[in-house]
Design a protein around this ligand. Structure first.
Ligand code: UDP
Length: 418
Protein backbone atom coordinates (compact mmCIF):
# COMPACT_ATOMS: atom_id res chain seq x y z
CA UNK A 1 0.00 0.00 0.00
CA UNK A 2 1.32 3.39 -0.92
CA UNK A 3 0.06 5.33 2.05
CA UNK A 4 1.13 8.69 0.67
CA UNK A 5 -1.13 8.48 -2.37
CA UNK A 6 -4.15 6.76 -0.82
CA UNK A 7 -7.41 8.77 -0.93
CA UNK A 8 -9.00 10.48 0.91
CA UNK A 9 -5.99 11.95 2.72
CA UNK A 10 -7.00 13.18 6.15
CA UNK A 11 -3.65 12.68 7.88
CA UNK A 12 -0.14 13.37 6.76
CA UNK A 13 2.95 11.56 7.92
CA UNK A 14 5.37 13.84 9.70
CA UNK A 15 8.24 14.38 7.28
CA UNK A 16 11.92 15.14 7.75
CA UNK A 17 11.18 18.60 6.31
CA UNK A 18 9.01 19.34 9.37
CA UNK A 19 12.22 19.37 11.40
CA UNK A 20 13.80 22.10 9.29
CA UNK A 21 13.27 24.95 11.78
CA UNK A 22 15.02 22.81 14.40
CA UNK A 23 17.86 21.23 12.41
CA UNK A 24 18.34 23.48 9.39
CA UNK A 25 17.86 22.88 5.66
CA UNK A 26 21.31 21.38 5.10
CA UNK A 27 20.64 18.56 7.55
CA UNK A 28 17.23 17.94 5.98
CA UNK A 29 18.77 17.67 2.51
CA UNK A 30 21.58 15.41 3.71
CA UNK A 31 19.17 13.02 5.42
CA UNK A 32 16.79 12.96 2.46
CA UNK A 33 19.59 12.18 0.04
CA UNK A 34 20.72 9.28 2.24
CA UNK A 35 17.12 8.05 2.35
CA UNK A 36 16.82 8.38 -1.42
CA UNK A 37 19.60 5.82 -1.92
CA UNK A 38 17.56 3.32 0.08
CA UNK A 39 14.26 4.18 -1.53
CA UNK A 40 11.69 1.38 -1.46
CA UNK A 41 13.79 -0.84 0.75
CA UNK A 42 11.56 -3.09 2.86
CA UNK A 43 12.60 -3.07 6.51
CA UNK A 44 10.91 -4.76 9.45
CA UNK A 45 11.24 -4.07 13.18
CA UNK A 46 10.21 -6.65 15.78
CA UNK A 47 9.82 -5.81 19.46
CA UNK A 48 7.58 -6.99 22.27
CA UNK A 49 5.18 -4.21 23.20
CA UNK A 50 3.18 -1.64 21.29
CA UNK A 51 3.21 0.88 24.14
CA UNK A 52 4.80 1.56 27.51
CA UNK A 53 8.53 2.08 27.55
CA UNK A 54 11.12 3.71 25.38
CA UNK A 55 11.37 1.15 22.58
CA UNK A 56 7.72 1.48 21.63
CA UNK A 57 7.99 5.26 21.91
CA UNK A 58 10.93 5.32 19.48
CA UNK A 59 9.45 2.83 17.03
CA UNK A 60 6.12 4.61 16.85
CA UNK A 61 7.83 7.76 15.54
CA UNK A 62 10.86 6.39 13.72
CA UNK A 63 8.94 3.88 11.58
CA UNK A 64 6.61 6.64 10.36
CA UNK A 65 9.45 9.04 9.62
CA UNK A 66 11.25 6.33 7.62
CA UNK A 67 8.06 5.62 5.64
CA UNK A 68 7.62 9.33 4.93
CA UNK A 69 11.11 9.27 3.40
CA UNK A 70 10.28 6.35 1.11
CA UNK A 71 11.72 3.43 3.09
CA UNK A 72 9.01 0.84 3.63
CA UNK A 73 9.46 0.26 7.34
CA UNK A 74 7.20 -2.08 9.27
CA UNK A 75 6.77 -2.91 12.94
CA UNK A 76 5.61 -6.24 14.34
CA UNK A 77 4.98 -7.01 17.98
CA UNK A 78 5.83 -10.40 19.47
CA UNK A 79 2.88 -12.20 21.00
CA UNK A 80 3.48 -13.87 24.34
CA UNK A 81 1.70 -15.20 27.40
CA UNK A 82 2.27 -13.72 30.87
CA UNK A 83 4.65 -16.58 31.80
CA UNK A 84 6.77 -15.77 28.74
CA UNK A 85 6.95 -12.08 29.67
CA UNK A 86 7.68 -12.94 33.27
CA UNK A 87 10.73 -14.89 32.04
CA UNK A 88 11.86 -12.19 29.63
CA UNK A 89 11.50 -9.53 32.34
CA UNK A 90 13.77 -11.63 34.56
CA UNK A 91 16.21 -11.79 31.66
CA UNK A 92 15.99 -8.04 31.22
CA UNK A 93 16.73 -7.57 34.93
CA UNK A 94 19.66 -9.99 34.79
CA UNK A 95 21.13 -8.23 31.76
CA UNK A 96 21.07 -5.06 33.86
CA UNK A 97 22.92 -6.77 36.71
CA UNK A 98 20.13 -8.53 38.62
CA UNK A 99 19.99 -12.22 39.50
CA UNK A 100 18.27 -14.97 37.59
CA UNK A 101 17.62 -18.64 38.07
CA UNK A 102 17.54 -19.51 34.39
CA UNK A 103 16.22 -23.06 34.47
CA UNK A 104 15.78 -25.36 31.47
CA UNK A 105 12.04 -24.94 31.83
CA UNK A 106 12.36 -21.18 31.44
CA UNK A 107 14.60 -21.64 28.38
CA UNK A 108 12.05 -24.02 26.86
CA UNK A 109 9.18 -21.56 27.31
CA UNK A 110 11.28 -18.69 25.96
CA UNK A 111 12.40 -20.57 22.87
CA UNK A 112 9.02 -22.19 22.23
CA UNK A 113 7.09 -18.90 22.23
CA UNK A 114 9.63 -17.26 19.94
CA UNK A 115 9.49 -20.27 17.61
CA UNK A 116 5.68 -20.01 17.44
CA UNK A 117 5.99 -16.33 16.60
CA UNK A 118 8.58 -17.11 13.92
CA UNK A 119 6.23 -19.60 12.30
CA UNK A 120 3.59 -16.94 11.74
CA UNK A 121 5.84 -13.97 11.06
CA UNK A 122 6.95 -14.58 7.45
CA UNK A 123 9.93 -12.26 7.46
CA UNK A 124 10.95 -11.86 3.83
CA UNK A 125 12.24 -8.30 4.10
CA UNK A 126 15.42 -6.64 2.88
CA UNK A 127 16.51 -6.01 6.44
CA UNK A 128 15.29 -7.29 9.80
CA UNK A 129 15.77 -5.34 13.04
CA UNK A 130 15.05 -7.27 16.23
CA UNK A 131 14.73 -5.28 19.46
CA UNK A 132 15.83 -6.49 22.88
CA UNK A 133 16.04 -10.03 24.27
CA UNK A 134 12.37 -11.05 23.96
CA UNK A 135 12.39 -11.81 20.18
CA UNK A 136 16.15 -12.45 19.95
CA UNK A 137 15.98 -16.20 19.03
CA UNK A 138 13.78 -15.46 15.99
CA UNK A 139 16.91 -15.60 13.89
CA UNK A 140 17.24 -19.33 14.55
CA UNK A 141 14.11 -20.06 12.55
CA UNK A 142 14.91 -18.40 9.24
CA UNK A 143 17.21 -19.26 6.42
CA UNK A 144 18.97 -15.94 6.58
CA UNK A 145 19.45 -14.16 3.28
CA UNK A 146 19.05 -10.52 4.32
CA UNK A 147 21.01 -8.68 7.01
CA UNK A 148 19.64 -9.07 10.54
CA UNK A 149 20.41 -6.50 13.22
CA UNK A 150 19.90 -6.96 16.95
CA UNK A 151 19.12 -3.64 18.64
CA UNK A 152 19.48 -3.96 22.40
CA UNK A 153 18.23 -1.02 24.48
CA UNK A 154 19.08 -2.18 28.00
CA UNK A 155 21.93 -1.07 30.24
CA UNK A 156 24.48 -3.74 29.37
CA UNK A 157 27.31 -2.51 31.59
CA UNK A 158 27.24 -5.66 33.74
CA UNK A 159 25.12 -8.49 32.30
CA UNK A 160 24.78 -11.75 34.23
CA UNK A 161 27.61 -13.87 32.70
CA UNK A 162 25.66 -17.13 32.49
CA UNK A 163 22.64 -15.53 30.87
CA UNK A 164 24.81 -13.57 28.49
CA UNK A 165 26.71 -16.67 27.46
CA UNK A 166 23.38 -18.32 26.58
CA UNK A 167 22.02 -15.28 24.72
CA UNK A 168 25.24 -14.57 22.85
CA UNK A 169 24.72 -17.85 21.00
CA UNK A 170 21.78 -16.14 19.26
CA UNK A 171 23.40 -12.70 19.15
CA UNK A 172 26.41 -13.94 17.18
CA UNK A 173 24.21 -15.02 14.30
CA UNK A 174 23.27 -11.38 13.70
CA UNK A 175 25.11 -9.28 11.12
CA UNK A 176 25.35 -6.33 13.49
CA UNK A 177 24.47 -5.45 17.05
CA UNK A 178 23.35 -1.96 18.00
CA UNK A 179 23.75 -0.82 21.58
CA UNK A 180 23.00 2.60 23.03
CA UNK A 181 26.49 3.36 24.39
CA UNK A 182 30.11 2.27 23.78
CA UNK A 183 30.36 1.18 27.42
CA UNK A 184 27.77 -1.53 26.71
CA UNK A 185 30.07 -3.25 24.17
CA UNK A 186 30.38 -7.03 24.65
CA UNK A 187 32.98 -9.61 23.72
CA UNK A 188 31.23 -11.00 20.66
CA UNK A 189 32.19 -11.60 17.05
CA UNK A 190 29.33 -9.64 15.47
CA UNK A 191 30.15 -6.02 14.60
CA UNK A 192 28.85 -3.62 17.24
CA UNK A 193 27.52 -0.12 16.63
CA UNK A 194 26.42 2.50 19.13
CA UNK A 195 23.36 4.63 18.53
CA UNK A 196 21.68 6.74 21.18
CA UNK A 197 17.90 7.05 21.06
CA UNK A 198 16.04 10.30 20.39
CA UNK A 199 12.64 11.95 20.67
CA UNK A 200 9.97 13.20 18.34
CA UNK A 201 9.35 16.82 19.37
CA UNK A 202 5.97 16.82 17.60
CA UNK A 203 4.45 13.80 19.35
CA UNK A 204 1.71 14.05 21.98
CA UNK A 205 4.38 13.47 24.62
CA UNK A 206 6.56 16.34 23.44
CA UNK A 207 4.65 18.90 21.40
CA UNK A 208 4.02 22.42 22.69
CA UNK A 209 1.00 22.74 24.96
CA UNK A 210 -0.91 25.87 25.92
CA UNK A 211 -1.21 26.78 29.59
CA UNK A 212 -4.90 25.84 29.40
CA UNK A 213 -4.07 22.41 28.01
CA UNK A 214 -1.56 21.84 30.79
CA UNK A 215 -4.05 22.97 33.46
CA UNK A 216 -6.72 20.78 31.98
CA UNK A 217 -4.59 17.62 32.15
CA UNK A 218 -3.45 18.30 35.71
CA UNK A 219 -6.96 19.13 36.89
CA UNK A 220 -8.26 15.94 35.34
CA UNK A 221 -6.12 13.97 37.78
CA UNK A 222 -6.67 16.38 40.72
CA UNK A 223 -3.00 17.34 40.75
CA UNK A 224 -2.65 20.52 42.85
CA UNK A 225 -0.54 23.32 41.42
CA UNK A 226 -0.38 25.61 44.46
CA UNK A 227 3.12 24.33 45.31
CA UNK A 228 6.03 23.57 42.94
CA UNK A 229 5.85 20.13 41.36
CA UNK A 230 8.62 17.56 41.69
CA UNK A 231 7.94 14.92 39.06
CA UNK A 232 9.18 11.48 38.05
CA UNK A 233 7.67 9.79 34.99
CA UNK A 234 8.66 6.14 34.61
CA UNK A 235 7.43 2.62 34.18
CA UNK A 236 7.04 1.09 37.64
CA UNK A 237 10.35 -0.71 37.66
CA UNK A 238 12.87 -1.24 40.44
CA UNK A 239 15.73 0.17 38.33
CA UNK A 240 13.91 3.53 38.22
CA UNK A 241 14.22 3.61 42.03
CA UNK A 242 10.72 4.91 42.83
CA UNK A 243 11.24 4.24 46.55
CA UNK A 244 14.42 6.35 46.44
CA UNK A 245 12.45 9.18 44.81
CA UNK A 246 9.95 9.23 47.67
CA UNK A 247 12.75 9.10 50.24
CA UNK A 248 14.61 11.98 48.57
CA UNK A 249 11.41 14.02 48.41
CA UNK A 250 10.72 13.45 52.10
CA UNK A 251 14.20 14.72 53.00
CA UNK A 252 13.90 17.72 50.67
CA UNK A 253 10.53 18.84 51.97
CA UNK A 254 12.01 19.49 55.39
CA UNK A 255 13.46 22.58 53.67
CA UNK A 256 11.08 23.35 50.79
CA UNK A 257 7.35 23.09 50.16
CA UNK A 258 6.46 21.05 47.10
CA UNK A 259 4.21 18.31 45.74
CA UNK A 260 5.69 15.06 44.44
CA UNK A 261 3.95 13.48 41.46
CA UNK A 262 5.03 10.06 40.26
CA UNK A 263 3.39 8.86 37.09
CA UNK A 264 4.01 5.47 35.62
CA UNK A 265 2.53 3.02 33.23
CA UNK A 266 2.69 -0.73 32.89
CA UNK A 267 3.96 -2.09 29.57
CA UNK A 268 2.42 -5.32 28.27
CA UNK A 269 5.83 -6.98 28.32
CA UNK A 270 6.51 -5.96 31.94
CA UNK A 271 4.54 -8.06 34.44
CA UNK A 272 6.37 -6.63 37.48
CA UNK A 273 4.94 -3.13 37.06
CA UNK A 274 1.63 -3.69 38.83
CA UNK A 275 3.32 -5.13 41.92
CA UNK A 276 5.75 -2.22 42.16
CA UNK A 277 2.92 0.28 41.71
CA UNK A 278 0.97 -1.38 44.52
CA UNK A 279 4.01 -1.28 46.80
CA UNK A 280 4.15 2.51 46.31
CA UNK A 281 0.48 3.12 46.98
CA UNK A 282 1.09 2.85 50.73
CA UNK A 283 3.35 5.94 50.48
CA UNK A 284 0.60 8.17 49.11
CA UNK A 285 -0.12 11.37 51.03
CA UNK A 286 -1.79 14.68 50.23
CA UNK A 287 1.56 15.87 48.78
CA UNK A 288 2.79 12.56 47.41
CA UNK A 289 0.76 11.55 44.38
CA UNK A 290 1.33 8.19 42.70
CA UNK A 291 -0.60 7.54 39.49
CA UNK A 292 -0.64 4.52 37.23
CA UNK A 293 -2.06 5.71 33.90
CA UNK A 294 -1.20 5.56 30.23
CA UNK A 295 -1.63 9.20 29.25
CA UNK A 296 1.11 10.75 27.14
CA UNK A 297 -0.52 14.20 27.26
CA UNK A 298 -0.32 14.04 31.05
CA UNK A 299 3.39 13.13 30.78
CA UNK A 300 3.87 16.17 28.57
CA UNK A 301 1.90 18.48 30.89
CA UNK A 302 3.78 17.31 33.98
CA UNK A 303 7.21 17.63 32.38
CA UNK A 304 6.28 21.16 31.29
CA UNK A 305 4.80 22.27 34.60
CA UNK A 306 7.39 20.59 36.85
CA UNK A 307 9.77 22.80 38.80
CA UNK A 308 12.12 19.83 38.92
CA UNK A 309 12.07 16.46 37.13
CA UNK A 310 13.69 13.44 38.69
CA UNK A 311 14.96 10.32 36.95
CA UNK A 312 16.64 8.65 39.85
CA UNK A 313 17.46 5.42 38.02
CA UNK A 314 20.10 3.02 39.26
CA UNK A 315 20.37 1.47 35.76
CA UNK A 316 19.20 3.17 32.61
CA UNK A 317 19.87 2.01 29.04
CA UNK A 318 19.32 5.55 27.81
CA UNK A 319 16.41 7.28 29.57
CA UNK A 320 14.03 8.91 27.10
CA UNK A 321 12.11 10.50 29.97
CA UNK A 322 15.25 12.54 30.65
CA UNK A 323 15.42 13.69 27.03
CA UNK A 324 11.71 14.52 27.02
CA UNK A 325 11.94 16.63 30.17
CA UNK A 326 15.13 18.37 28.99
CA UNK A 327 13.39 19.24 25.73
CA UNK A 328 10.75 21.07 27.77
CA UNK A 329 13.41 23.10 29.52
CA UNK A 330 13.11 21.27 32.84
CA UNK A 331 15.97 20.87 35.27
CA UNK A 332 16.45 17.11 35.47
CA UNK A 333 18.07 15.44 38.44
CA UNK A 334 19.18 12.10 37.07
CA UNK A 335 20.88 9.02 38.46
CA UNK A 336 24.55 9.00 37.52
CA UNK A 337 24.20 5.88 35.37
CA UNK A 338 23.96 4.61 31.80
CA UNK A 339 22.47 6.89 29.18
CA UNK A 340 21.56 9.60 31.67
CA UNK A 341 25.26 10.45 31.95
CA UNK A 342 25.39 11.04 28.20
CA UNK A 343 22.55 13.55 28.33
CA UNK A 344 23.14 15.49 31.53
CA UNK A 345 26.37 17.32 32.14
CA UNK A 346 26.37 17.69 35.90
CA UNK A 347 25.81 21.27 37.00
CA UNK A 348 25.57 22.51 33.41
CA UNK A 349 22.25 21.37 31.91
CA UNK A 350 20.95 19.37 34.90
CA UNK A 351 22.27 17.38 37.83
CA UNK A 352 23.68 13.87 38.21
CA UNK A 353 23.28 12.22 41.60
CA UNK A 354 24.59 9.04 43.23
CA UNK A 355 22.40 8.84 46.33
CA UNK A 356 19.06 9.67 47.89
CA UNK A 357 20.68 12.45 49.92
CA UNK A 358 22.34 13.85 46.80
CA UNK A 359 18.97 13.91 45.03
CA UNK A 360 17.35 15.61 48.03
CA UNK A 361 19.89 18.38 48.19
CA UNK A 362 19.63 19.05 44.43
CA UNK A 363 15.83 19.22 44.73
CA UNK A 364 16.21 21.88 47.42
CA UNK A 365 18.81 23.79 45.42
CA UNK A 366 16.77 23.79 42.23
CA UNK A 367 13.50 24.71 43.94
CA UNK A 368 15.15 27.64 45.70
CA UNK A 369 16.82 29.10 42.63
CA UNK A 370 14.56 30.25 39.85
CA UNK A 371 17.44 31.73 37.85
CA UNK A 372 19.38 28.44 37.96
CA UNK A 373 16.32 26.62 36.68
CA UNK A 374 15.99 29.04 33.76
CA UNK A 375 19.63 28.83 32.73
CA UNK A 376 19.92 25.06 33.06
CA UNK A 377 16.57 24.49 31.41
CA UNK A 378 17.63 26.57 28.43
CA UNK A 379 20.84 24.57 28.05
CA UNK A 380 18.94 21.31 28.48
CA UNK A 381 16.63 22.13 25.57
CA UNK A 382 19.58 23.05 23.39
CA UNK A 383 21.30 19.75 24.24
CA UNK A 384 18.28 17.88 22.95
CA UNK A 385 17.87 20.07 19.87
CA UNK A 386 21.44 19.48 18.80
CA UNK A 387 21.86 15.78 19.72
CA UNK A 388 18.66 13.95 20.52
CA UNK A 389 16.01 14.66 17.90
CA UNK A 390 14.50 11.85 15.83
CA UNK A 391 16.15 13.05 12.62
CA UNK A 392 19.60 12.36 14.12
CA UNK A 393 18.46 8.86 15.06
CA UNK A 394 17.06 8.33 11.59
CA UNK A 395 20.33 9.45 10.01
CA UNK A 396 22.31 7.04 12.20
CA UNK A 397 20.06 4.22 11.05
CA UNK A 398 20.29 5.28 7.40
CA UNK A 399 24.10 5.18 7.70
CA UNK A 400 24.01 1.72 9.25
CA UNK A 401 21.46 0.35 6.79
CA UNK A 402 23.40 1.99 3.94
CA UNK A 403 26.51 0.07 5.00
CA UNK A 404 24.67 -3.08 3.83
CA UNK A 405 23.91 -1.52 0.46
CA UNK A 406 26.05 -3.95 -1.52
CA UNK A 407 24.08 -6.79 -0.01
CA UNK A 408 20.73 -5.29 -1.06
CA UNK A 409 21.89 -4.96 -4.66
CA UNK A 410 23.33 -8.48 -4.72
CA UNK A 411 20.31 -10.15 -3.19
CA UNK A 412 17.98 -8.25 -5.51
CA UNK A 413 15.85 -7.13 -2.57
CA UNK A 414 14.09 -10.14 -1.11
CA UNK A 415 15.75 -11.74 1.76
CA UNK A 416 14.63 -14.29 4.24
CA UNK A 417 12.49 -17.33 4.19
CA UNK A 418 11.93 -20.39 6.25
N1 UDP B 1 6.05 6.80 29.50
C1 UDP B 1 4.73 7.11 29.35
N2 UDP B 1 3.92 7.07 30.44
C2 UDP B 1 4.37 6.76 31.66
C3 UDP B 1 5.75 6.42 31.81
C4 UDP B 1 6.56 6.46 30.70
O1 UDP B 1 4.27 7.42 28.26
O2 UDP B 1 3.59 6.74 32.60
C5 UDP B 1 6.94 6.90 28.32
C6 UDP B 1 7.94 8.01 28.49
O3 UDP B 1 7.36 9.24 28.13
C7 UDP B 1 9.08 7.55 27.58
C8 UDP B 1 9.03 6.04 27.71
O4 UDP B 1 7.71 5.72 28.19
O5 UDP B 1 8.83 7.91 26.25
C9 UDP B 1 10.06 5.53 28.69
O6 UDP B 1 11.30 5.45 28.09
P1 UDP B 1 12.64 5.38 28.90
O7 UDP B 1 13.74 5.26 27.92
O8 UDP B 1 12.71 6.55 29.84
O9 UDP B 1 12.52 4.10 29.84
P2 UDP B 1 12.10 2.56 29.59
O10 UDP B 1 10.68 2.45 30.04
O11 UDP B 1 12.27 2.27 28.14
O12 UDP B 1 13.02 1.81 30.48
Amino acid sequence: MDIQSSEPVSHNLLSVETYEPLIGSEAVERIMSKAERLNDLHVINVNSTYYGGGVAEILSSLTLLMNSAGIRTGWRVLQGRPDFFSITKKMHNALQGGEINFSDLKKDIYEEVVFENAARMHLDHDLVIVHDPQPLPLIDHFRKKAPWIWRCHVDMSRPDPELWSYLSGFVERYDAVVLSLPEYAQKIDSPQRFIMPAINPFSTTNKDLTEDEIEDRLEHYDIPTDLPLVVQVSRFDKWKDPAGVIEAFKIARKEVDATLVMVGNVATDDPEGQEIFESLCGCREERIIVLSVQDTALVNALQRRAAVVLQKSTREGFGLTVTEAMWKGAVVIGGNVGGIRHQIEDGVNGFLVDSVEGAASRIVEALNDHQLRNVMGHRARETVRSRFLMTRLMEDWLDLIGSFEAHFTLSGRGGTSH
